[in-house]
Design a protein around this ligand. Structure first.
Ligand code: HEM
Length: 470
């Protein structure tokens, strides 16, 4: 191992350092942090992976253009030779798409009142569906997925699914198939030489390249139908949604344009992939946490009852009057760290972090879940304490350092405003209507699901009780 690299695990050529299988990736990272400090490497397969446990280093790295790109990994480009959309693309196409997506999300109402009505409708639908299982232990309903998908569809294509819509079931199955198969792509990304030595059928069996390709094309076929419908009724002066705006952009004479119908399909896919289950899982975490923390739940409900007439959902102007609700949302985002390892970036040239050399091509991750437990920023970080966000005057105070659930820097989450709005509104709607408890004699299991090595997803299969509030 070259001596100017950060300390860490080096291992063997081609395979790198193969970890012991009975420990989670995060436990390994914690061990490495204890041994080496805030920056270390782990050679995984052919890649030098650099992990940052320090918020200052993470901010520095991710605001620098040296780390702006995504690695050319299958998991990001889904088999496309030149990556499209926004999550996995780089260069001019990424810049254009990111700018376009941010503008659209803003114009279509992210963080503004225009989308509030759609979020209210979906929150009310969720409450009605949960009412059907009130008073008994049950898993959270499928309606929670419908609600978040509908909000993205509303912005993207002006479409809303009903809970029982068979098209939605098809859509969800497609998402699940893709998510499941994508996990195996990581094997190919870490060990790309497998592609040279294994016959294609065996490679497909191990890395699911064909499954991902099929699921992606199924998705895109549906998107193309929706795009074709939009083309028929397009009014360039009155764009209804993101698809209309993209089609209008595509018709403009612009030498720097990177628009294409395939790119639009990727962009739509990215917004669903990054923006639906993330928000659903955060809402599920909220229910599970507050079921285990009745004191926090009661305090939240007291604030809601004092500020809003029962059954009225807030507008964004009401937020300052709901400091404890804001505090609960922030504390939940901190303690659960849904995007535990963020999304990986790549060094575009030989560069430096923390006095160490980082060679071009190294993969950088900020370990958000550990930054959210760093005792330099958080007292008793393992305690769920919304009060840490409240000032002595009883006001909500948004702490900045050490808090980065949506990442930091140039690729910080495009949908942060929308996600914050959804989680806030859903929390209000759900806890106005219900008190959640674990099933009798039990506690909710708040350990992340083991199925995802780089994120913290709740264990969805457990039951919870929703009691309708008198
Ligand atoms: C609680 C919910 C969410 C969390 C915790 C979350 C977190 C993140 C994180 C950590 C990143 C990676 C930043 C980086 O590369 O350094 C990211 C990227 C991204 N997120 Fe989110 N996100 C959420 C919801 C959403 C929503 C609702 C949307 C849109 C509808 C969205 C769209 C995106 C996109 C497009 C990117 C890629 C940005 C780029 O590469 O330039 N996310 N998100």
């Amino acid at each position: 191992k070259p001596s100017d690299l950060p300390p860490g695990r080096w291992g063997l050529p081609l395979v790198g350092y193969v970890p012991l299988p009975f420990k989670s990736l995060e436990d390994h990272l914690r061990d490495l942090y204890k041994k080496h400090g805030s920056i270390y490497i782990w050679r995984m397969g052919v890649h030098i992976m650099v992990f940052l446990h320090d918020q200052k280093m993470a901010r520095e790295a991710f605001t620098s253009t040296d780390f702006i790109d995504r690695p050319p990994w299958q998991i990001f480009c889904l088999g496309e030779k030149s990556p499209k959309g926004v999550v996995g693309s780089n260069g001019l196409l990424w810049q254009n798409n990111r700018r376009f997506a941010l503008r659209q999300l803003r114009d279509l109402g992210m963080g503004k009142s225009k989308l509030v009505a759609a979020v209210h409708t979906q929150a009310a639908m969720m409450v009605e569906e949960i009412k059907k299982q009130a008073g008994r232990p049950a898993r959270l309903p499928h309606a929670m997925s419908v609600a978040v998908v509908n909000i993205v569809w509303q912005m993207v294509g002006n479409i809303q699914f009903k809970v029982t819509d068979p098209k939605f079931v098809e859509f969800r199955e497609c998402v699940e198939l893709l998510m499941d198969s994508m996990k195996n792509l990581a094997i190919f990304d870490l060990l790309p030489w497998l592609g040279k030595i294994l016959p294609r059928p065996i490679l497909n069996r191990i890395c699911h390249l064909d499954l991902v390709e099929n699921a992606k094309e199924k998705f895109f076929a549906y998107f193309k139908e929706v795009i074709a419908e939009h083309k028929k009724t397009l009014d360039r002066d009155n764009p209804r949604d993101l698809i209309d705006a993209y089609l209008t952009e595509m018709e403009k004479e612009n030498p720097d344009s990177t628009c294409s119908e395939r790119d639009l399909c990727f962009l739509i896919f990215d917004l669903f992939n990054a923006g639906s289950l993330t928000t659903r899982d955060t809402t599920v975490w909220m229910i599970f946490y507050l079921a285990n923390y009745p004191r926090v739940q009661e305090k939240l409900q007291r604030e809601l009852d004092e500020v809003l007439p029962r059954g009225t959902l807030p507008n964004l102007e009401d937020k300052p009057r709901l400091p404890y609700t804001e505090a609960v949302v922030h504390e939940l985002l901190r303690i659960t760290s849904l995007a535990a390892l963020g999304a990986q970036h790549v060094a575009t040239r030989d560069t430096e972090i923390g006095g160490y050399t980082i060679p071009k091509g190294s993969i950088i991750s900020n370990v958000i879940s550990e930054i959210h437990r760093d005792t330099r920023h958080w007292d008793n970080p393992d305690d769920f304490l919304p009060e840490r966000w409240i000032t002595a005057e009883g006001k909500f105070s948004a702490k900045k350092a050490g808090f980065m659930p949506f990442g930091v820097g140039k690729r910080q989450c495009v949908g942060e405003g929308l996600a914050r709005m959804e989680v806030f509104m859903f929390t209000v709607a759900l806890f106005q209507a219900f008190t959640f408890t674990p099933p009798p004699g039990k506690q909710m299991d708040l350990r992340p699901d083991t199925g995802n090595a780089i994120g913290h997803n709740p264990r969805l299969k457990q039951e919870v009780v929703a009691m309708v509030r008198p």
